[in-house]
Design a protein around this ligand. Structure first.
Ligand SMILES: [Zn+2]
Length: 171
C-alpha cells in the first residue's frame, strides 16, 4: 500500500481549499457544490502550472497522476486518488480526508468558482425571464460571469447527492 496523503503545512490551513487535476474535474465540481474553494485547471495546463496553482493558493492538489507526488515541490500538499470514475473518486476522497459536504452548499459558481452574491430585485428583473421570476423567490448570482442561480430541480437532485456523500452511503 503506497502512502497517498502527503500531509504537510497545508493540512492545518482552514478552510480547506483545492485544485483538482484534469482527470478529476467531476470530483472538483462536487467540492464546489459543497462550497469548497476549488480550482479546475484548464485542459492542457502543465503539471508545473497545476502544482504552482496549489502551492500559491495553499491548496490541496487532488490528482490521479502518480508522477505528481514524485515531484518534490508538490509532495507536501498532494492527495493521490487511485480510483476510477466519479462515484469511486468521491468515495475515496471522503475516506482520505474529513470533508463536510454541507460546508457551504451552492455558495460558489459552478462555472468559475467565485463566491455567489445576492442580487437586488432590480438586477433580477432586468436579467431574468418573467416565468423564472414568477416561480422563484431566492436568487444568487456570480459577479464574475454574471450567471444567475435559483433553487430548481437540479439543486434538489444535487442536495440528495450531497446528503448521500455526507452520510457515507455510496451507491
Ligand atoms: Zn461564475
Amino acid at each position: 500500500m503506497i502512502d497517498r496523503i502527503y500531509s504537510g503545512p497545508f493540512c492545518s490551513v482552514a478552510p480547506l481549499r483545492f485544485v483538482c487535476d484534469e482527470m478529476l474535474q467531476g470530483a472538483g465540481q462536487w467540492l464546489r457544490a459543497a462550497g469548497y474553494d476549488t480550482l479546475l485547471p484548464h485542459r492542457g495546463d502543465s503539471d508545473s502550472t497545476v502544482i504552482a496553482m496549489a502551492n500559491h493558493g495553499e491548496r490541496w492538489l487532488i490528482t490521479r497522476d502518480r508522477a505528481i507526488p514524485e515531484c518534490k515541490e508538490a509532495r507536501p500538499f498532494t492527495l493521490l486518488l487511485l480510483s476510477n470514475g466519479l462515484d469511486a473518486n468521491l468515495q475515496e476522497l471522503s475516506l482520505l480526508i474529513e470533508l463536510n459536504w454541507f460546508y457551504r452548499p451552492f455558495s460558489r459558481c459552478q462555472k468559475c468558482n467565485s463566491e455567489l452574491e445576492i442580487p437586488s430585485a432590480k438586477q433580477c428583473r432586468l436579467a431574468l425571464p418573467d416565468n423564472v421570476l414568477k416561480h422563484n423567490n431566492d436568487f444568487l448570482y456570480c459577479p464574475c460571469c454574471c450567471k444567475y442561480y435559483w433553487e430548481g430541480g437540479h439543486v434538489r437532485r444535487m442536495s440528495r447527492t450531497l446528503r448521500k456523500l455526507q452520510s457515507g452511503r455510496f451507491s
